[in-house]
Write a protein of this length. Structure first.
Length: 173
């Protein structure tokens, strides 16, 4: 998949009905504090939200992906000395969960304009960074990113999970 702003959303469109924000069955969002302990809070927020949406059976895969996306976002929100990058908005990292009938999207916003890189060569396979996005790729149906526009700076990295179609009231699927 191309990783520039014009093509990163393409997998959300391929083979799936268009995503209409007004057609979302549910959405939830939370600001995350700028320290690595926020990953635990993001997992708890995900558990609570999925339980409310009756999607608890998807928690393990979704929580692993959320953990990786939030960890990466925090790395880009913090300076090397652990201080927060100065940004024009309050929370440098934000987690969004959006549910439609047939899919669930996890999206994490961070202040960095640099796109993620998940593909590794054999030579850098032992590298510490980059492995988390390989997990995101493995556990979600697809993922991507896009730069933010307007007054927000940075990017959003998202992962999509297809959901099984619910049975119709007469028992059809």
């Amino acid at each position: 998949m191309g990783m520039n702003g014009s093509t990163v959303l393409e997998p959300l469109r391929q083979g799936l009905p268009p995503i209409d924000p007004a057609g979302a069955a549910g959405s939830a969002s939370c600001a995350l504090p700028p320290h690595y302990e926020a990953v635990r809070g993001a997992r708890q927020f995900t558990r609570t939200t999925l339980k409310q949406w009756e999607l608890s059976e998807r928690f393990d895969d979704v929580a692993l992906v959320v953990s990786e996306l939030v960890t990466n976002a925090l790395r880009h929100a913090l300076l090397d000395d652990g201080t927060v990058r100065q940004e024009p908005y309050d929370a440098p990292v934000r987690l969004h969960l959006m549910r439609w009938t047939s899919r669930l999207v996890c999206a994490v916003r961070d202040p960095s304009h640099t796109g993620p890189a998940a593909r590794q060569t054999e030579e850098d396979g032992a590298a510490e960074s980059g492995r988390g996005l390989l997990l995101v790729e493995s556990f979600s149906d697809t993922w991507g990113w896009h730069p933010l526009a307007g007054t927000l700076h940075g990017k959003v990295v998202w992962a999509l999970f297809q959901l099984p179609c619910a049975a119709e009231p007469d028992g059809r699927t």
